[in-house]
Design a protein around this ligand. Structure first.
Ligand code: ADP
Ligand code: ZN
Length: 748
């Protein structure tokens, strides 16, 4: 008997033997930790990677993520056992684990923080995953809203569902009654979409597509090239807005769905409008989910699970949706690939477009980057043959091209930033009952408040920046730290009462246009008027319904909205952006001009674009207007190559900030001296002197930086690794905050 039991034990020997887990823990260390795992006689699952665990770390219980396993530990001494295995299946599938490991290396960001930031919020807690059955409501966009005109409850509920598909659970949570939902549903304003429909799996049904167009020649060419691709390849679908790119995406997705594969579409936050979402819902009879910031934590989590369990077929989301577990992913689409919102601006600073390309590579699937204005990085990758460009040069629907004109401001009578010529053109379009759009990248009433007597400029107490006067709020506001100050009545320096607001902002333009066009119906679209949840959609719907005929706003105007009645676009001031210390400024400006021009003449009417400038002969403007974006991007890329700027070189910035200027300077000087001392080992790498940021003091912290650039990515990476290995040893380490940002959008 004894012998027998020994034998049976030895059969299970492997299972009893502790296994070692490599664990990423949310802490700012570039280190992977090892813990042991004892299955206590149960068999060890083969897919431990990507699951969450609770471990004891620095005397507390913390969340960790398994990123690998091994049978031998590389650490000498005692290895602690994990406390609990939280998940029954991986949160991150193996391609996502690989992607995040790669991203940690590429961006030189601590691995634990990378994994932690990729977790859906609901899973950042030390809790087991909970699954509930889910139905979801989405707006149909084809019911008659007049029927609920008198019901505030119905209108409110519809507004929320229009923002994004909403789970029944969420609607209940925020107090919307079942009756209200039933009413909206009976009026065909909303429809149910069962994302946890396990009775008939989406991939077992016939995929039905509704309302698809017959592709034109250019679209068909693009479709065929991409659809024939087996395995990994990056395609750039380059076509103006309205050229039918989305139609191509939809048909590519239909093919993938027929193969039983899922699709991921990333869009910039602002483009995730009800129109975009409903286009997908109308087209396909499969469960579709969304992940973006205005959804609740639970809703995002439900979407994550639905994709992970292959219960939903399509995920439309912003940046972070990329890290979802999508077992059957067949294609990735990045809409508006040039958009800067793909770049995470704080914490783990990654570019979702670049990570998505890596994800497609790992998963061996095609990825499509769609844009009318490819980023210079993308142009470079096309040139090098890394990406394949497919062009669509003609607009698909009925729409005309636009006529560009430059207004030479030097010869103009100007009132509040609007030239008489522009005012006359606006008048003509308004008389024809068309809509006009005016772009000014400055919110508020006036940029500065100046004493008329002594020239004193009102500055923020916490930042080296002047204050902007906001008339609606009646405050001076700092655009760096958002501190609000009462509007002063006299100058603190000379006591004079004559204080002059100078430099116009969107509020002032609106006021001025209301004076010169008293019958016009103007609206302002900037961060101040759209920051409340849902308010942007209200404005967009009202513009569509012709409630307004003048739309004044910041660059958010330029993003993918479709208003067929807009025939004139005016760019009020481009001079301030023509001269900037950011090497990406001209690229961004050219994209902005082309994108906003794309808002004009989308219907069957002629569109006009007017650019007001004091430097009409500026090469950027002349190249862009005479040769189009292609001519501009070629020139811009050439210039970057000559100046050894990205994408021709790899760039990173060491950013240091702190409340004590001397300590910040002390720290960064040490870093600089260290770089000098190892310089000879890195012949392809150069770095700047420590530089103070353009606005050195922000929120009472002093900002300094050093930029580091290399001719090769490999040496760049090695150099950064070297710096990181000593980053904690410089003077005043505990008094400053420092980080290294790879592929930064801005230097400071
Ligand atoms: P983009 O994504 O490039 O801005 P869309 O796919 O949204 O372009 O197309 C612009 C408009 O043209 C849409 O209203 C769309 O329905 C229509 N459209 C697209 N492709 C076709 C086609 N092949 N035939 C007719 N209309 C089309
Ligand atoms: Zn401030």
């Amino acid at each position: 008997m004894i012998v027998l039991s020994c034998a049976s034990q030895s059969l299970h020997f492997l299972y009893f033997f502790p296994m070692f887990l490599k664990i990423a823990i949310n802490c700012p260390l570039y280190k992977i930790f090892e813990y042991s795992f004892n299955s206590h006689g149960n068999s060890i699952p083969s897919d431990l990677s990507g699951r969450r665990v609770i471990v004891s770390f620095r005397n507390s219980m913390v969340l960790g993520i398994i990123i690998g396993t091994c049978e031998q530990s590389s650490f000498p001494g005692n290895i602690k056992e994990i406390i609990e295995l939280l998940d029954d299946s991986p949160v991150f599938d193996s391609p996502t684990v690989d992607l995040l490991k790669w991203a940690s290396g590429y961006y030189h960001y601590p691995i634990g923080e990378v994994f932690y930031s990729a977790l859906p919020i609901a899973l950042k807690k030390n809790k087991k995953e909970q699954l509930k059955p889910v139905t979801q409501w989405h707006a149909t966009e084809n019911g008659d809203e007049k029927l609920i005109k008198r019901s505030a409850l119905c209108k409110e509920a519809l507004k929320i569902i229009k923002e994004s598909p909403r789970t029944a659970l969420y609607l209940k949570e925020i107090g919307i009654k079942t009756q209200t939902i039933k009413k909206l549903s009976s009026l065909n304003l909303i429809k149910e979409n069962n994302i946890r429909d396990t009775m008939t799996r989406w991939y077992d049904r016939d995929i039905i597509v509704t309302d698809s167009h017959t592709l034109n020649e250019e679209q068909l060419n693009a479709f065929n090239i991409i659809n024939n691709c087996r395995g990994f390849k990056t395609f750039v679908l380059h076509g103006v807005t309205g050229s039918g790119k989305t139609e191509v995406y939809l048909q590519l997705i239909a093919e993938k769905l027929r193969e039983g594969r899922q699709a991921l579409i990333l869009v910039p936050e602002i483009n995730l409008t009800p129109q975009t979402i409903s286009r997908f819902f109308k087209r396909f009879n499969v469960p579709i989910v969304c992940i973006h910031s205005s959804l609740s934590e639970t809703e995002r989590h439900e979407a994550f699970i639905a994709m992970k369990k292959n219960e939903a077929a399509i995920l439309i989301g912003t940046r972070s949706a990329l890290f979802s577990n999508i077992p059957n992913l067949g294609i990735i689409i990045i809409d508006e690939e040039h958009d800067s919102s793909y770049r995470q601006a704080d914490g783990f600073r990654y570019n979702a477009r670049d990570c998505a390309v890596m994800m497609a590579y790992i998963r061996k699937i095609p990825i499509v980057l769609g844009t009318a204005t490819p980023s210079i990085e993308t142009c470079y990758n096309i040139l090098r043959g890394k990406y394949e460009e497919i062009r669509i040069d003609n607009r698909a629907g009925a729409s005309n091209s636009v006529i560009f004109s430059i207004i030479d401001m030097r010869k103009q009578y100007i009132e509040h930033g609007i030239s008489r010529e522009l005012a006359l053109h606006i008048n003509e379009e308004l008389a024809k009952e068309h809509q006009v759009m005016l772009l000014l990248n400055r919110r508020g009433y006036s940029q500065k408040m100046i004493c008329h007597n002594c020239g004193f400029v009102f500055m923020c107490q916490n930042c080296d920046a002047n204050l902007t006067y906001h008339q609606t709020e009646n405050r001076l506001i700092c655009h760096h730290c958002e501190t609000r100050y009462p509007v002063p009545v006299y100058c603190p320096k000379c006591g004079n009462h004559e204080l002059t607001p100078t430099g116009n902002g969107t509020e002032q333009i609106l006021e001025h246009l209301s004076t010169i066009f008293p019958n016009a119906r103007p609206v302002r679209m900037d961060r101040d008027t759209t920051s409340k949840k849902g308010s942007l959609n209200v404005i967009l719907n009202d513009i569509s319904a012709n409630k307004y005929n003048i739309i004044i706003g910041t660059q958010m105007l330029a993003k993918g909205h479709h208003f067929p009645n807009v025939t004139l676009v005016g760019i009020i001031d481009i001079d301030s952006q023509l001269y900037s210390n950011n090497f990406r400024a001209s690229e961004n400006l050219a994209q902005l001009i082309v994108q906003i021009a794309g808002r004009a003449g989308r219907g069957n009417k002629q569109g006009y674009v007017y650019l007001q400038t004091h430097t009409p002969e500026h090469p950027l403007l002349t190249t862009l207007i005479n040769g189009g974006y292609d001519a501009f991007s070629q020139k811009c890329l050439l210039r970057r190559m000559n100046l050894k700027l990205p994408p021709a070189t790899s760039l990173a910035v060491l950013k240091v900030d702190g409340t004590d200027r001397e300590k910040v300077v002390g720290y960064i000087s040490d870093a600089y001296n260290y770089m000098l001392s190892v310089k000879n080992d890195y012949p392809e790498t150069t770095f700047s002197h420590p530089v103070s940021a353009f606005f050195t003091r922000r929120q009472n912290r002093y900002h300094y930086y050093i930029n580091i650039s290399s001719l090769t990515r490999k040496e760049h990476s090695l150099f950064i690794e070297k710096i990181i290995s000593v980053i904690n040893s410089f003077r005043y380490r505990s008094n400053v905050h420092c980080l290294i940002e790879v592929d930064p959008l801005n230097l400071d």
